[in-house]
Ligand binder design. Structure first.
Ligand SMILES: Cc1ncc(COP(=O)(O)O)c(C=O)c1O
Length: 478
């Protein structure tokens, strides 16, 4: 059961699917896409069952900007953005047109023996936007692949093997990246993972110093603001002081900006919020406009030279789809959109506005502990209520599964208000709000009204709790 809920917590977005999976056998096939049926048979039946249970299994037909339209005529407002993939909104016409041009040009694709000019152009723009010491780029196809590269490069550069990371981090589910995540849910059964990795609390300067003073660590790999960990913000002086410590003890500062980058938190990188000059930055997700897999590891010349140190080592770290034309074209078009629509400024301004609106709407509700974030990455943290009546129900939920309460909020927002969101994958008490950066003020207000309504129900309606308990029981009996 825990497995179901954890995947719900992290995967509130939906694959298209038409009918209740439990009725698959013998159901009328007229309305059912055969691919959808095959998905339930050949890909991931558990995922289908989970979406059914959460009443989130709908068929998305058209997705535009911040809105998703389903085959049964519903319109869903996206406050998940595919885990911060859709910063420029779904299916942006400029990215679609760039991809069309690329395909129709019949240019070089996967030749593997040429110099891809598009990759050069994208790398140059990324280094300019990131600034500081970042001067070279390795391209991959996923955030995890970027983290894997960062692990290898920091070891190659320093000659050290240790890796320091933060508790509750999310860095990806390949073996190396997973070695930098401490939650046993993700790790159990997949070991042995990388040795010599150490988790420390996020935002704990003394813990950083204690560890890196040992000079064992090649890198401190960390999200500047933890996303799945619960939208955890560092204190103002944390990062500048960590950077100074890294410099003093010869540990590389590697920032995982897979979620926080690409203006999600306001400036191009969250690193810019703290005036940092990291040795490496990992980008992915929003980099290609949500349409083509991509990642980029930005690094200093020194780190690059330690890896690609001679002609013999010119491709010592690479992968087949690295630098592919579609991803590069999509990346360039996405940067154009971010710039021309001034989505960085918008992220800062609308994010501040959203949190203010949430503060105003949710003030006085005892289960709302805090509202926090930067740019368009916000979290609403819930806590156990004091009132005995509510507390008994809340604690019953927690006993069933710690994600249950948050997941019911997600389900209610989706079913009753047509809003897609998630609870943080490594902190189930936090509801994450990460709309596309193009979300309008009216859409922000719609989200705030919906959240207030669901929070109000949790505080005042016995049917909220009885229905939720019913669902919890169904999950237990799965
Ligand atoms: C901060 C962060 N780093 C890395 C990853 C892994 O990215 P991917 O799923 O593309 O491998 C994620 C995925 O959610 C992430 O949030």
């Amino acid at each position: 059961m825990k497995q179901y809920l954890n995947s719900a917590a992290t995967c509130a977005h939906s694959a298209a699917y038409l009918e209740r999976s439990t009725n698959l056998v013998g159901m009328a096939t007229t309305a059912v896409d055969t691919g959808v049926l095959s998905y339930a048979t050949y890909v991931n039946p558990q995922w289908v069952r989970l979406l059914d249970l959460l009443e989130m299994n709908v068929e998305y037909q058209r997705c535009l900007g911040s809105e998703l339209f389903t085959s049964d005529g519903r319109r869903i407002l996206d406050f998940l953005s595919g885990y911060c993939v859709h910063n420029i909104g779904h299916n942006h016409p400029a990215v679609i047109s760039a991809l069309r041009d690329e395909l129709e040009s019949c240019g070089p694709a996967m030749i593997q023996s040429h110099v891809p000019a598009l990759a050069g152009r994208l790398a140059e723009r990324l280094c300019r936007l990131a600034g500081g010491k970042l001067a070279k780029v390795f391209f991959g196809s996923s955030g995890s692949e970027g983290v894997e590269a960062a692990i290898k490069f920091s070891r190659a550069h320093t000659g050290r093997t240790g890796l320091l990371y933060a508790r509750r981090a999310f860095h990806g589910l390949t073996c190396g990246a997973l070695s930098l995540m401490d939650d046993s849910f993700w790790r159990a059964g997949f070991g042995p993972l990388l040795p010599e990795t150490t988790a420390i609390p996020f935002n704990d300067l003394a813990a950083v110093e204690e560890q890196i003073a040992t000079r064992r660590y090649a890198a401190f790999i960390c999200e500047p603001i933890q996303a799945e960990g619960g939208i955890n913000l560092p204190s103002a002086d944390y990062w500048p002081r960590v950077q100074a410590l890294c410099y003093r003890y010869g540990t590389l500062l590697v920032l995982d900006e897979v979620q926080t980058g690409m203006h999600r938190t306001g400036p191009f990188l969250a690193a810019h919020l703290y005036n940092l000059e990291p040795d490496m930055v990992i980008l992915a997700k929003a980099l290609s406009g949500g349409l083509v897999p991509v990642s980029a590891v930005l690094m200093t010349d020194e780190v690059y030279s330690s890896v690609y140190s001679s002609l013999r080592r010119a491709i010592v770290h690479t992968s087949t789809f690295s630098e592919n034309g579609l991803a590069m074209r999509a990346g360039l078009a996405t940067l154009d959109v971010l710039e021309s629509e001034q989505l960085g400024v918008r992220s800062t301004e609308c994010g501040d506005q959203l949190r203010q609106m949430l503060h105003d709407a949710l003030a006085g509700y005892e289960m709302v502990k805090s509202i926090r974030g930067e740019g368009m990455l916000s979290g609403i943290e819930f806590r156990a209520p004091h009132q005995l009546r509510l507390r008994i129900a809340y604690e019953a939920f927690m006993k069933i599964h710690p994600a249950m309460f948050g997941q019911i909020m997600v389900m209610r927002l989706f079913r009753d208000h047509g809003i897609l969101t998630q609870i943080c994958g490594n902190n189930f008490n936090v509801l994450k709000a990460a709309p596309p950066l193009v979300a309008t003020e009216v859409q922000l207000q719609e989200f705030v009204d919906a959240v207030r309504n669901v929070v109000e129900l949790a505080h005042s309606s016995t049917s909220f709790w009885s229905e939720a308990l019913g669902m919890a029981r169904r999950i237990v009996n799965l």
